[in-house]
Design a protein around this ligand. Structure first.
Ligand code: HEM
Ligand code: HEM
Length: 176
């Protein structure tokens, strides 16, 4: 049995971590800049969000084929159950949130860009749907802060309090 996640899983985990920072930051700071910069911030945001969606689906498929490496010493069953539930919530949240963003953008019916490319939009705008999705998107994004915060705190608790190998399993291998 392997003692770590695979290099690919570790790489995707920390790449998504960076993309999450970029995607949130683009939205949080865009208001501090003159209006002409807004399209650039929006493009960084949606490009980051779409990349997160693709990577989360990819890693979920990999994870379904490859069980997580064992944690040593083995945590209490309740902690293991809570971790599994927490990971499921993260997968669902960071897949549903960008999908809502995509449908919201599409339904606005106006031109928008990701990765420098023009993206498809509805020929007839549905502003009612776009407004509803905007609320869901904002709510789930705020929930995401809490979920990631708890996830990171749990990882640190495993490392420093329970002193098991949970965090080390998600760290890049040292070159030998
Ligand atoms: C995991 C990925 C994503 C995260 C964490 C995220 C997070 C956020 C956050 C925090 C906001 C600000 C909400 C507010 O001020 O109430 C926001 C707004 C927005 N997001 Fe996302 N988002 C993601 C993916 C996407 C995607 C894929 C799209 C579109 C393709 C998108 C489109 C938008 C738009 C258009 C807004 C601005 C809404 C407005 O103020 O009119 N987002 N997002
Ligand atoms: C400081 C930030 C973070 C730390 C310290 C951290 C640490 C970890 C660790 C140690 C694990 C392995 C847990 C286990 O196997 O029980 C893990 C798993 C996971 N992390 Fe993170 N993480 C961070 C941020 C993120 C972010 C931003 C996301 C995604 C939005 C994320 C998504 C996941 C997911 C989905 C798993 C489950 C992997 C599996 O399928 O087994 N993490 N993380």
């Amino acid at each position: 049995m392997r003692d770590k996640y695979s290099g690919l899983q570790i790489g995707i985990h920390w790449l998504v971590f960076l993309l999450v920072i970029v995607t949130y930051t683009a939205m949080e700071i865009r208001g501090f800049f003159p209006r002409e910069y807004r399209p650039a911030f929006n493009m960084v945001h949606v490009s980051g969000g779409i990349s997160i969606l693709v990577l989360m689906v990819a890693r979920l498929l990999i994870r379904l084929k490859r069980p997580a490496p064992p944690i040593v010493p083995k945590p209490k069953p309740m902690i293991t159950g809570m971790s599994h539930l927490g990971h499921l919530v993260i997968y669902l949240l960071f897949i549903i949130l960008p999908i809502i963003g995509l449908v919201m953008q599409y339904s606005k019916g106006s031109p928008w860009f990701a990765f420098g490319l023009t993206m498809p939009s509805a020929s007839v705008a549905n502003f009612k749907l776009a407004d509803t999705l905007k609320e869901y998107h904002g709510f789930l994004a705020n929930l995401g802060y809490w979920v990631i915060g708890i996830h990171a705190a749990a990882a640190l608790a495993h490392h420093y309090y329970w002193k098991d190998n949970t965090l080390l399993r998600m760290m890049p291998r040292k070159r030998s």
